[in-house]
Design a protein. Sequence first.
Length: 50
Amino acid sequence: MDFKYVRIQERENAYMTKYPKGIFGMCWRLVLDGKMSEADSEEFKAIDSR
């Protein structure tokens, strides 16, 4: 069996889809909750905007 990618996910389900949240959803939650440092937040936003 050949896999093309790996999806990193959390145990908590997303509100809308009811599927486990992915890494970008988890990071956005940290940003919006103010739990991510300002430097990490800015770096994440730059990566996500690509």
